[in-house]
Structures are given as C-alpha cells and as structure tokens.
Write a protein that binds this ligand. Sequence first.
Ligand SMILES: [Zn+2]
Length: 115
Amino acid sequence: MSGTDRIRKELKRRRGDLAAELSRLTEPPAEGASVGFGKRVGDGTTEAVERLATTATARSIASSLRDIDRAIAKLDDGSYGSCDACGTEIAAPRLAALPATSLCIECASAQSVSN
Ligand SMILES: [Zn+2]
C-alpha cells in the first residue's frame, strides 16, 4: 500500500467519525430528555449556553469535514501536499500532524488572522 493510500484511508476513517459526531450533535434532542431534575420554567440559560457550545462544535466539525473532503479531492487529482493558496509544497511534518490540511503554514496562519 502506498503512502497516499494510507493517508486516504486515514482521512476517510476520520471523515466517518466526524460525520457520525456531527449527526449526533445536530439531531434534535430526544423527547423528554431535558425535563425532570427539578427544572424550572424559564430556566433556559444553561440550555441556551449548551446549544451555543453545540453549534460551535458542530461548526468546527463541519469545517474539518470540508478540509478532509478537500484533502481527499487533492489526493484524487494528485495535488495532495501542495498548498491550495500559493502552490508551495506543504512541509512533511505539517502534513503528518494535519493530514487534512490543504494550506502551507504561512497561508494557514494568514487565513486564521483574517478570520
Ligand atoms: Zn501557501
């Protein structure tokens, strides 16, 4: 098995985990799951905070899924390992640590600043 096959397999495995996690987070709460435990009417603050945290988590998972899809597409078209923004080869240690990345470290840090 070649190196890219191994990466592809790993990315697909991770993609499956994230997709399962995302659907778990975004599915509506089970009927009656949050009632009981002396919950008062109007005591929605904790719930709202939890919902916000869930939304943030779901958003970050969705963004990881996009990265993984992009990395798999790059494996398919043979551009895996080169930066989407500037075309530079992405450093091997960075790819090893973040196999789903499609940006070199310079472009990634430039992007996170502008976000
Ligand atoms: Zn770059």
